[in-house]
Design a binder for this molecule. Sequence first.
Ligand code: GTP
Ligand code: MG
Length: 515
Amino acid sequence: MANSEYEYVKREFEFDRHLPASNWIVVRIDGCHFHRFSKIHAFEKPNDESALKLMNACATSMLEKFPDIVFAYGVSDEYSFVFREETEFYQRRESKILSLCVSYFTSVYVMKWKDFFPNKELREPPYFDGRVVCYPNMKTILDYLAWRQVDCHINNHYNTCFWMLVMSGKTEKEAQQTLKGTFSKDKNELLSQQFQINYDNEPAMFRKGSSVYREKVETKLKTDNYGNPIKRTRMAITVSNVDIIGPDFWERHQYILREEEKYRYEYVKKFDNIHRLPRCNWAVVRISACQYDQFSLIHSFDKPNDETALRLMNASASLMMERFPDIIFAYGFNNEYSFVFQENTELYQRHERLILSSCSSCFTSFYMMKWKEIFPYKELVQPPQFDAEVLCYPKPKIVCDYLSWRQAECHNRNQYNTCFWMLVKSGIGENEAHEILKGTLSKDKNELLFQQFQMNYNNVPAMFRKGSCTYRQKVGKIAEVEDKGVAKEQWDVAVAHMDMGPEFWRKHPYIFNSK
Ligand code: GTP
Ligand code: MG
């Protein structure tokens, strides 16, 4: 199919989970509303041999159709299919594998119905739901299968008793009451004493469920010229009703679930867990300094704000914008900085962890390199460390709301800290200062500053109150005309301390339309 201009909607938006490598993949399907389905088709109770054989025939067809299914186990209206550990069936895409399994099973069920119920019309379309579970090692996959067989035993034991009681004249309620709280031993006694039934003699298909797998069989083709039989062994799909809880079966059939040898080392790459940023989303990388209290104490930063330290943060952010052209905007205050990447950035093919780690590392490096220039008389005595996280927003409006939220946070913290340190510097203890400010509103803090310290909060430097916006702006055109007669625009990184309200975005419409 030719690529159209619309094709990107598939390439870039469709996510199909790939199941983890080196795990046994189990698809367990279960008949939907089979309680009703079995009633409508008058299945025998508690077990309808034909219905179970039909299920087994479908499972056999599954193993024929999908060679990577190494084992299947079924009981009642459910069947589990185990794909070999290293299967590359549809590149292990979960939805492909799951939908194909339920769909193929269903169509075989309908197609083979007549073979098992020649005198019964299929009166309603049967259908199945399914789930996929991955088991990473031999113990867990064997435990999974054992769990299903134990379940089979418990249900069948109960149902056998239940229907014997009902057939002997008890109502369903009475039968339920009789069986309430009984143990396995009690049920065996009930069956043998009241109905002369030895549970162990019940058909194995009912007691053990059905296992489907490939088994070596010898076939005698003909005899050779000397009268010796010519035998050939081949793998044939077998249905059996055996115990798969104990080790015996698995010891005799080690080839079914053997762990595959890995000859190629490259298979380890399949474990890479690459998470990519969703398409058409603006990514925000927020960096913040860890243990900043201690760091600012050691370097005796001014309280509540050290202008030089903030300038160092801004200088590092400006360098980030030069280093990563896809950053369209940055906002910082105190010990944090948020970097907004344009929606279609292809940085590291949108590999989230690479973006996050390189930003955090690059910012740290700029901070270190710029330290000497900005703090010429202060030695850097402790290495700073920054953590980072990535956030994704699908609309510019939401990015703006995110930035406004950070700016509100800047205001709240700065106003609080300004009051707190004014109180402390005036001789009040730190605990007492916190007590005084507890529960105060913005208005109260402005009043406190004004009345006690004759300070107008609005005259505090804008960098402290508003934080710092870092963005590109046009500074003119380079006069020389290029080949095509177009003057080249010149851009510079600006740092401003203002409200990021609607007015700001109206004045800088190009920030979100940088294409
Ligand atoms: P969902 O799976 O949730 O859609 O409901 P369900 O009605 O299929 O019930 P569930 O899968 O929990 O149980 C399977 C049901 O199928 C049993 O409760 C029985 O009613 C019915 N069933 C399965 N096998 C037989 C059978 O051999 N004979 C009869 N009479 N009923 C069966
Ligand atoms: Mg069901």
